[in-house]
Design a protein around this ligand. Structure first.
Ligand code: HEM
Length: 368
């Protein structure tokens, strides 16, 4: 597609007309072009998302709402704020590895890669530690549900999740602190900065993003390094390479396969193709990250690759808010693991690894 029909007209599985963008240059243009909008309700007039806890947040908003919503949480995720978490993230990684010591095998996804980012985001948000497992189940349902899976289970989980959030917010409201949730609740109480559905939407987005993405950055990094033992050795000998190594995993096997949905906000022409108002537009981030016009030898995994400017975190106003956190978590998780288990090996053939279903997330179910 990238070579032959890079702005590809297609019908999506739910029957919507739309376009798949696969070249790097086009991807950057679409992600930065305000003619492609994120708030679908502007097109239909009807608030189709009013029932969804996931919908009212910056990822599904256009200016000026986008700036207001992102601004409410941005401060907590700046590189400086995130750098202050380094010590705690290292402690969590060490504690997790301690709890695994003595085992001669493990499932790296469940036992390690999942745990680390969940503990970090739950601590940032102030989720009680005994409730973390529930959040994992709910977040998983939400991300699989966003691929169009509707089931009784999904509905039950969403009901439980909304009820939990309501009770949790009420508790925090009675005991406000300096944490992120308290700050958001104060904004909601002040009335004009945040509506109740936006409060639910932002918290849900942070929980899902904190649960479903970095786990796969850690998992995909380990797989790529195990597949390239000479580069694994090079990294172990030069730990400073971890920064470019993580960037290369993000480019080579990024955890978010496709952008979230955008819609043509008007009838428009893009690269000679006529798009109708309301057409769905999706950017294939991992395809753009393998575009030979942007990256030399894109199919080669190279942990020393410089200035990669990949699109794993998107670009434009919706550039991933959690990128500094994800990078730091990835770096600490990988280096701590390799230090503790320098001779780590896959227990199965790499072709036996099972990839998670769905269009958004790219990662394996288990790494034995
Ligand atoms: C947005 C990827 C981790 C929070 C995005 C987008 C991408 C992305 C591609 C833009 C989507 C689009 O434009 O359609 C990733 C990857 C991660 C990661 C690959 C891990 C390796 C995180 C974490 C958090 C987070 C840990 C926070 C806890 C967000 C938020 C947005 C976002 C809030 C929306 C920003 C906006 O609309 O202004 N992420 N993400 N992400 N991400 Fe991440």
């Amino acid at each position: 597609l990238r070579e032959g029909d890079p702005v590809y007209r297609m019908k999506f599985p739910d029957g919507q007309n739309g376009w798949m963008i696969t070249r790097y240059e086009d991807a950057v243009e679409v992600l930065k072009d305000p003619r492609f909008i994120k708030d679908f309700t502007k097109l239909s007039g009807a608030d189709i998302y009013s029932e969804s806890v996931f919908a009212r947040n910056m990822l599904f908003a256009d200016p000026p709402d986008h700036k207001r919503l992102r601004g409410l949480v941005q401060k907590a995720f700046t590189p400086q704020m995130v750098a202050g978490l380094r010590g705690r993230i290292q402690e969590i990684a060490d504690e997790l590895l301690d709890s695994l010591s003595g085992k001669d095998s493990m499932n790296l996804i469940d036992d390690y890669a999942f745990q680390l980012p969940i503990i970090v985001i739950c601590e940032m948000l102030g989720v009680p530690s005994e409730d973390r497992d529930k959040f994992r189940v709910w977040s998983n349902s939400l991300i699989e549900g966003s691929d169009g899976v509707t089931s009784d289970e999904l509905i039950t989980h969403m009901g439980e999740f909304i009820q939990y959030l309501g009770q949790w917010f009420a508790q925090v409201r009675g005991n406000l602190g300096q944490d992120l949730i308290s700050q958001l609740i104060i904004s909601e109480d002040e009335g004009d900065r945040l509506t109740e559905s936006e409060l639910y939407g932002i918290v849900t987005l942070l929980i899902v993003a904190g649960h479903e993405t970095t786990v796969n950055l850690i998992g995909n990094s380990i797989i790529a390094l195990l597949e390239h033992p000479e580069q694994m050795k090079q990294l172990q000998e030069n730990p400073d390479l971890i920064h470019t190594a993580i960037e290369e995993v993000l480019r080579y096997n990024g955890p978010v396969e496709f952008s979230t949905s955008r819609w043509a906000g008007e009838d428009l022409e893009f690269k000679g193709k006529l798009m109708a108002k309301g057409d769905l537009v999706i950017v294939a981030l991992n395809s753009a990250n393998h575009d030979p016009n942007q990256f030399d030898d894109p199919e080669i995994f190279d942990i020393t690759r410089q200035k990669s400017q990949h699109l794993a975190f998107g670009t434009g106003i919706h550039l991933c808010l959690g990128a500094p956190l994800a990078r730091l978590e990835g770096e600490i998780a990988i280096m701590s693991l390799l230090k503790r288990y320098p001779k780590i090996k896959l227990k199965v053939d790499k072709n036996e690894l099972e990839w998670r279903p769905g269009m958004i997330v790219r990662g394996v179910k288990e790494i034995p």
